[in-house]
Write a protein that binds this ligand. Structure first.
Ligand SMILES: [Zn+2]
Length: 253
């Protein structure tokens, strides 16, 4: 099956509703390539490594969570930015990126997919007043302690998470937000959670966890954000009959 590039982008926009979000980058089509799409690749980030893998697989579209053109980045197309863009353009590959709309989506977003992978139930958004809350609150379906949750994260995400807290503490209420969302730790503590899980960690988050009395797990920015774009690629395969190739690379952060 094939469809036109505008049809593909329109289908993704209908699903992910990017106009409902205030974001730090353009969502949707970022680089225009071939007008007909048969084969797509998905990945977390459009790094040079992933662009090269996409070229080797001869795809028409590269669909990612972290694309280009972030707010406040230099606008000149030089160096690393030139090499990535030139590789896409010379090979006629479109780049499509969805950032916050993919974190927040209620069926195949990063946060919903992470809960499925880690066997957590979802009660409500971390920002309860916002129907598009990116962070979520819920609880473990089978795990009982921080140690149980940590071993599952290790097994499923294939990463050693960094834990601030006591492994023997019981866990009944978890808040989580994939990627670089450690800043929501206070909100998670205020919501009465025993545990907050995100991707990254800074020095001050250690103190925040200790002083707020909440366990914090940094499970990896890349590792926690693998599953939304993967689910989106699978959705495109079943919805439009496109060939989908999932690309990955090692990123310890
Ligand atoms: Zn991210």
């Amino acid at each position: 099956m094939s469809l036109t590039l505008p049809e593909l982008v329109a289908g993704l926009d209908r699903l992910l509703e990017p106009k409902a979000f205030k974001d730090y980058c353009p969502n949707g089509l970022q680089v225009e390539g071939k007008s007909t799409v048969k084969r797509i690749a998905t990945a977390v980030t459009a790094s040079q490594n992933i662009v090269d893998q996409a070229i080797a697989k001869d795809v028409d579209v590269l669909l990612v969570h972290h694309g280009y053109f972030w707010k406040n980045e230099p606008t000149e197309i030089t160096g690393m930015k030139y090499r990535r863009l030139a590789a896409l353009i010379k090979n006629d590959i479109s780049l499509i990126a969805y950032h916050l709309p993919l974190d927040a989506h209620s069926k195949l977003g990063n946060n919903v997919e992470l809960a499925k992978k880690l066997d957590w139930s979802i009660s409500h958004g971390l920002d309860e007043g916002d129907p598009r809350s990116i962070g979520l609150v819920g609880g473990p379906k089978t795990d009982r302690t921080v140690k149980d949750v940590v071993s599952r994260i290790k097994e499923v995400l294939q990463r050693e998470p960094l834990v601030i807290g006591d492994l023997s503490s019981p866990v009944t209420k978890i808040a989580w937000c994939t990627g670089a969302a450690q800043g929501f730790i206070e909100q998670a503590a205020t919501a009465g959670c025993d545990l907050y899980v995100s991707g990254e960690i800074s020095e001050n988050t250690v103190h925040a966890a200790r002083e707020l009395g909440i366990t914090y797990i940094a499970a990896g920015h890349h590792a926690t954000e693998r599953y939304g774009v993967l689910a989106l690629g699978e959705w495109l395969q079943s919805e439009y009959g496109l060939e989908h190739i999932a690309l990955d690379e090692n990123n310890p952060v």
